[in-house]
Design a protein around this ligand. Structure first.
Ligand code: BQF
Length: 286
């Protein structure tokens, strides 16, 4: 029976540390600030944005949420991001994705100044992740890595399998595991014989958005299962991409949904914002 990795508890411990660091910066006259832009009225996005504001408040990071109508044009959004880029009091800028129809997620994301890009989606920050020389990591893969490390799980030399190849999770996740000296295989919708690959994995990260995809018969005894999936089911409950019961019966460690990767993802945004503030304030003083 697997040990359940309590992301919620680890995240609140990390929050306390971040809170202390923010207080220290405050004492030196630095007030870390995050600007969050929400375009439109997608209910899930509204919840995520509200939570981001709350998280900031809890650790003493100043946050500003800017809500724009779904019909906002790219010119207006561009103008807003330009003004936030130029605003010295703002250290981090985040555009909540997905954007409504008519706005291109990746085009808009690229407008954020790299030093304020706390989601690390800009090409500059993606490139830095690729080379292993980075200050921001996309929040979800960063949260997974932190969860793995804080749980005392070693990646070095392990067979790591990432299921999913998105730019936001799968690809950067593979890079971070490689950085940590894992041997990494990335599986996706065209992969043949996924079971043959997952059955040899020591560490599996699932991020495909298919509820219950990874089942116990696909993993080996003692595997570590990190579940990134967030699927809202017909019964109103959140479930992950793995079939929890059958995987937990064989795994050594497993993350629950909710309460696993999600809370770690949230806290990594705070960490990236704190880092952004530190870096920008240092560069102001030289
Ligand atoms: C949990 C996100 C898809 C698209 C845009 C805790 C979150 C989720 C789950 C959360 C996500 C997913 C966020 C749990 C932020 C993660 O306990 O299981 C927290 O708030 N997330 C987002 O801002 O945009 C998304 C997923």
């Amino acid at each position: 029976m697997a040990i359940i990795l309590d992301g919620k508890a680890l995240a609140s411990k990390m929050k306390e540390e971040i809170k202390a660091e923010v207080a220290e910066l405050n004492a030196n006259g630095v007030f870390p600030k995050l600007a969050v832009i929400l375009v439109g009225e997608d209910p899930a996005s509204q919840v995520y944005v509200r939570n981001k504001g709350r998280d900031c408040e809890e650790v003493g990071i100043v946050s500003q949420t800017i809500v724009l109508p779904a019909e906002t044009g790219r010119e207006d959004l561009t103008e807003l991001i330009r003004s936030l880029n130029a605003d010295d009091s703002v250290h981090g800028i985040l555009v909540q994705l997905p954007l409504p129809d008519g706005l291109d997620d990746s085009e808009i994301t690229q407008l954020i100044a790299p030093e304020k890009d706390v989601d690390a989606f800009s090409y500059y920050n993606v490139g830095r992740i690729m080379t292993g020389d980075y200050s921001f990591v996309p929040c979800t893969p960063a949260g997974c890595m932190e969860l793995i490390k804080l749980s005392g799980i070693s990646v070095e030399g392990k067979n790591c399998v990432v299921i999913g190849r998105s730019n936001i999770v799968g690809k950067p996740m593979a890079m971070l595991l490689m950085q940590a000296n894992g041997t990494v295989t990335v599986c996706h919708s065209r992969t043949r014989d996924i079971s043959g690959i997952t059955n040899r994995a020591d560490i599996i990260v699932v991020a495909i958005g298919k509820q219950g995809f990874l089942t116990g018969d696909m993993i080996k005894e003692g595997a570590v299962v990190i579940d990134v999936g967030i699927n809202r089911c017909a019964d109103g409950k959140l479930r992950g991409d793995c079939d929890f019961e059958s995987c937990a019966a064989k795994a050594s460690y497993i993350t629950p949904v909710p309460g696993g990767v999600g809370p770690m993802t949230r806290v990594m945004l705070l960490k990236n914002t704190l880092n952004a503030a530190k870096i920008q304030e240092v560069s102001k003083n030289v």
